[in-house]
Ligand binder design. Structure first.
Ligand code: ATP
Ligand code: MG
Length: 389
């Protein structure tokens, strides 16, 4: 018996004329995510995408697992494809559905007939298939309101499809359909969550990480690579830029007043990130800031950081509590990595008494002493990049 994966598109259906662009992007992203498992044929019909394995030894469970993390998928399921006649359905349904029905007490059948040339109407299909299943699994009873299992039979253009309840997809929009943005990624909990959230809105994610060796270790950078890999399971491959930041940080420490070390450092990060973003086709920056979480994230501090660049800065976790962010970090499997205890460049040279209400004119005055032009230029020149997927 032939089996395939049936995907239902989410918000896509709302997009009117853009729908084809969105569907094409979704197909491309799905294809990329499972191509290492084998060869698949993709086709689209009636707001669903059909993914048919070519070959017998393809791990469909793993394919489904990966596809649950592709943005733009509302729901998905494995489904049997049978010939479009009731005898074939009757012959295949009991064995294909046995796994789900043997452990259930109640069930119902839902039929959908988009091929109107099929001789049985939907209610008749439900009754007839229901009777077949009751005979094959006599322990079952029908419950049309709250069944343990719903069996779907869909008569479509290319065949009849049999499956049970679908699983929920990742939702959101296909990555790439909203453009590209540059995520400032630390090794912390918040920034990978921020990347995931913007990926979900259809942004392709590039990432930039600032390192300050020897104050930050190779472990810290490795941790960021791992976080990018975990983000990539949702957002698709991520290009990671690594910026050498030691000289700049040392100069800030030596030349600027201590109470605005962090703000000035964050402003330098934003300037470098913005330049990288522009050179790499990004339309926005993304950070993991959340109002008042730390001294550098008060409203006044954010205002000072924001003023360092002109590109829009997206801060998707800005209004979330830490425990809400942590919940998402668990879901996307970044939490355990994020809490590994390696120093981030933000935590070296932290002032004892950071200003929580910095004024921009004071910060700009302090920043003049830094004379950062050449420093930022050389940090930019020393930046390396790698693809992570
Ligand atoms: P996170 O959990 O993401 O580390 P945080 O609460 O620790 O956030 P900060 O350390 O103040 O907050 O950093 C705020 C934001 O600045 C981070 O969310 C991230 O976007 C960016 N950031 C911090 N450190 C770095 C770094 N080394 N490289 C790139 N971006 C960074
Ligand atoms: Mg941090």
């Amino acid at each position: 018996m032939k089996e395939l994966i049936l995907l239902k598109c989410g918000e896509l259906a709302l997009k009117g004329l853009n729908r084809h662009t969105f569907e094409d992007a979704l197909v491309k992203n799905c294809r990329r995510r499972i191509e290492s498992l084998g060869t698949f044929e993709f086709y689209k019909a009636q707001s669903a995408i059909y993914i048919e394995p070519r070959g017998t030894d393809i791990d469909l469970d793993e394919a489904v697992e990966r596809l649950t993390r592709v943005f733009g998928v509302a729901a998905l399921t494995r489904s049997a494809v049978v010939e479009k006649n009731f005898d074939a359905i009757r012959a295949q349904a009991p064995s294909y559905l046995a796994g789900a029905l043997e452990t259930a007490n109640t069930f119902k059948v839902e039929a959908k007939r988009s091929d109107k040339s099929f001789p049985m109407k939907s209610p008749e299909l439900c009754t007839e298939l229901g009777a077949v299943l009751l005979e094959a699994f006599p322990h079952l009873t029908v419950d049309v309101h709250q069944p343990d299992v719903t069996v779907y039979v869909e008569i479509r253009e290319r065949g009849a499809y049999l499956h049970t309840d679908q699983i929920r997809g990742a939702g959101g929009l296909p990555v790439g359909t909203s453009g590209r943005a540059m995520l400032l990624i630390s090794g912390g909990i918040d920034s990978p969550v921020a990347g995931y959230m913007m990926g979900k809105r259809g942004l392709e994610i590039a990432a930039v990480h600032f390192v300050s060796p020897p104050y930050t270790s190779a472990h810290a950078l490795e941790k960021v690579r791992t976080l990018c890999k975990k983000m990539a399971a949702w957002c698709g491959r991520v290009r990671l830029f690594v910026v050498p930041f030691t000289e700049t940080q040392l100069a800030i420490r030596d030349r600027c007043p201590e109470d605005v070390f962090t703000i000035i450092m964050r402003r330098c990060m934003m300037k470098i990130a913005e330049r990288l973003a522009r050179e790499n086709g990004c339309g926005a920056l993304i950070t993991g800031e959340s109002v008042a979480q730390v001294a550098s994230q008060t409203l006044d501090a954010i205002a000072c950081t924001d003023a360092a660049c002109t590109m829009p800065v997206l801060r998707p976790v800005i209004g979330m509590d830490k425990d809400e962010i942590v919940k998402v970090a668990y879901k996307i499997d970044t939490f355990e990595t994020s809490i590994l205890p390696y120093e981030d460049c933000c935590t070296v040279f932290t002032p004892k008494h950071p200003k929580t209400k910095p004024r921009l004119d004071y910060v700009l005055g302090a920043e003049e002493k830094l004379d950062g032009g050449a420093l930022l230029e050389s940090a930019f020149e020393g930046t390396t990049s790698e693809w992570i997927e």
